[in-house]
Design a protein around this ligand. Structure first.
Ligand SMILES: Cc1cc2nc3c(=O)[nH]c(=O)nc-3n(C[C@H](O)[C@H](O)[C@H](O)COP(=O)(O)OP(=O)(O)OC[C@H]3O[C@@H](n4cnc5c(N)ncnc54)[C@H](O)[C@@H]3O)c2cc1C
Ligand code: FES
Length: 262
């Protein structure tokens, strides 16, 4: 699979909530190859601090030229990225990893929590164009309305309606995305696509198993190289041993993984 390492210009910066930022990057090469669920490795600073690139899902593509990453500031790398300016260049490697696998004969349910919503927007757009007779059902959760609202609007702009859940009850259901999923009967042909915090994905996986839904999850482990060389991203698998989240994933069939559910 082809990848590019290139200096990519930031053409737009949007700030949502106090610590959530979306960058639009100009890269026809990466954009034309990108598949929903794939990611890029981004050098976040001009010096050796931080030394390692940081992984971010490709959140949306447009015009065959531009792609977006959406991130929350959690540490040094994301803080540096949040302070970039329009017109600056970032060194980016991608697209990387195995994305979501789509079968249009199924019914589709997207379940995203927090920044795990990022790759689902690209997938939602892809499904709504490719599987026109089966538009996806979308369930999104975040801490607050301030965090969730702009992301819900993006899905609405694609013509997709969203079931929302917030921790503080300021938008949609007051509680978890799993509560919302529990209340819906999606039929045995359902394929869930899930990305978010590990406990949320584990809970959705168990619910899907119980209901007979297929379930794909995108694993956001820590990653040092993004290319299968460092073992930094390994996840335990059901058959024994480990898989690399960076090149065997990040998207896995949830049944293939070994879930340590407490
Ligand atoms: C395939 C993949 C796709 C991702 N896509 C996105 C995305 O679209 N948007 C986004 O906001 N983030 C995404 N992440 C997570 C993102 O890579 C990390 O938040 C980022 O690397 C943190 O870098 P930092 O230097 O700011 O923080 P660090 O200084 O590296 O870490 C700061 C704190 O954040 C925690 N942290 C670091 N990485 C993660 C992680 N993966 N999950 C949870 N906590 C973490 C650390 O344990 C530490 O407590 C993705 C991760 C992977 C593997
Ligand atoms: S991040 Fe290095 S092997 Fe996966």
């Amino acid at each position: 699979m082809s990848q590019f390492q290139e200096k990519t210009q930031i053409i737009r910066i949007e700030r949502f909530a106090s610590d959530i930022v979306r960058l639009t990057l100009d890269s026809p090469d990466i954009t034309s190859l990108a598949q929903p669920g794939q990611f890029v490795m981004v050098r976040t600073g001009n010096s050796n601090d931080p030394l390692l690139r940081r992984p971010f899902s490709i959140s949306q593509t447009s015009n065959g030229k531009h792609f977006q990453i959406l991130f929350k500031v959690v540490g040094r790398g994301t803080s540096l990225l949040a302070h970039c300016r329009e017109g600056e260049y970032l060194s980016i490697l991608g697209p990387l990893g195995q994305g979501f696998r789509v079968d249009c004969q199924r019914t589709h349910c997207l379940v995203g929590g927090g920044m795990g919503i990022a790759p689902l927007l690209f997938l939602g757009k892809y499904l709504s164009r490719k599987c026109t007779s089966n538009p996806p059902l979308v369930i999104l959760g975040a801490r607050t309305r301030e965090e969730l609202d702009p992301l819900v609007n993006d899905f609405n702009e694609l013509g997709l309606s969203v079931h929302s859940a917030t921790d503080d009850g300021t938008l949609g259901h007051h509680g978890l995305v799993t509560d919302v999923l529990k209340g819906l009967d999606l039929g045995p042909n359902c394929q869930a696509y899930v990305c978010g915090p590990h406990p949320m994905m584990a809970a959705v996986h168990l619910l899907c198993k119980d209901r007979g839904y297929a379930c794909q999850v995108s694993m956001e482990t820590s990653m040092a190289c993004g290319m299968g060389a460092c073992l930094g991203c390994i996840v335990p698998v059901e058959r024994g041993g480990y898989a690399h989240a960076c090149c065997d994933g990040p998207v896995f069939d949830a049944k293939e993984l070994l879930w340590q559910v407490k």
